[in-house]
Design a binder for this molecule. Structure first.
Ligand code: PEP
Length: 254
């Protein structure tokens, strides 16, 4: 059975103090919660302080991006080793906001994915179609080419721990959510793709999570779908009550 994963993407929100306050409150609510793997992804400047708060809990830290080189003259970038050094276990790769605003391509997703795996970070690779692509019936072909490009050159053994986040662009930050059926269809498509391109075992074990306006009131229905193994939560992750309620609503108490 795949253990659920709920990851909070804080995007470009929260100063260090604000991040510490937020994560302290999340820790109070969820420190003993064992029903899901819980990840919080603050901005780079707040990683170390957030890590200090989480040190004695099972809640872990993720970064929102990384660069593929280890070190060097790359002003403004941060390397996989540095992300690990700050206490991260996870890293988000290829978020649609990075594709849209920072020219992220399949090729750069692939480089970041390989670099993350090389240092033992667990990548959360985001894929998803725009509204125009969905309306012109291109969802599967878009997701397929994002997967083909992003995972190019990798073997089954490399990708076992990778998490794929299906995030329809039209649902991110818009308040519009994919219906559980729409999401399940794409998740199943992704799992079949993993099966065909890697192996059945990898497809069975890989966690495919949904992102796009997940809220406490829609989380349960989405998570009840066979191929939805958790959520990447943006806006609602900035509110302690909403985030903790999503975690508790869509996972089992152990
Ligand atoms: C996201 O940032 O990945 C996301 C899904 O955002 P939101 O939950 O706000 O739609």
């Amino acid at each position: 059975m795949r253990k659920s994963l709920i990851a909070g993407n804080w995007k470009m929100h929260k100063t260090i103090n604000e991040a510490v306050q937020l994560v302290t409150a999340i820790k109070r609510e969820l420190a003993d919660y064992k029903g899901a793997d819980i990840v919080v992804c603050p901005v780079y400047t707040a990683l170390a302080s957030t890590f200090d708060v989480l040190m004695d809990t099972d809640i872990v830290l993720g970064a929102q991006n990384l660069f593929w080189e280890t070190q060097g003259a790359f002003t403004g970038e941060i390397s996989p080793v540095m992300i690990k050094d700050a206490g991260c276990e996870y890293v988000i790769i290829g978020h649609s906001e990075r594709r849209k605003y920072f020219n992220e391509t399949e090729e750069t997703v692939n480089k970041r994915l390989k670099a993350a795996l090389a240092v033992g970070l667990i990548p959360i690779v985001c894929v998803g179609e725009t509204l125009e692509e969905r309306e012109s019936d291109k969802t599967e072909s878009v997701v397929k080419s994002q997967l083909e490009g992003g995972f190019k050159g990798l073997q089954s053994i490399d990708v076992l721990d990778v998490v794929i986040a299906y995030e329809p662009v039209w649902a991110i930050g818009t308040g519009k959510t994919a219906t559980p059926e729409q999401a399940q269809n794409v998740h199943n498509f992704i799992r079949q793709w993993v099966k065909q391109n890697f192996c059945e075992d990898t497809a069975d074990k890989m966690r495919i999570i949904y992102g796009g306006s997940v809220k406490p009131d829609n989380a349960k229905d989405l998570m009840s779908q066979d191929d939805i193994d958790g959520a990447l939560v943006g806006g609602a992750a900035l509110d302690v009550g909403s985030f903790c309620s999503i975690v508790k609503n869509c996972t089992i108490s152990l």
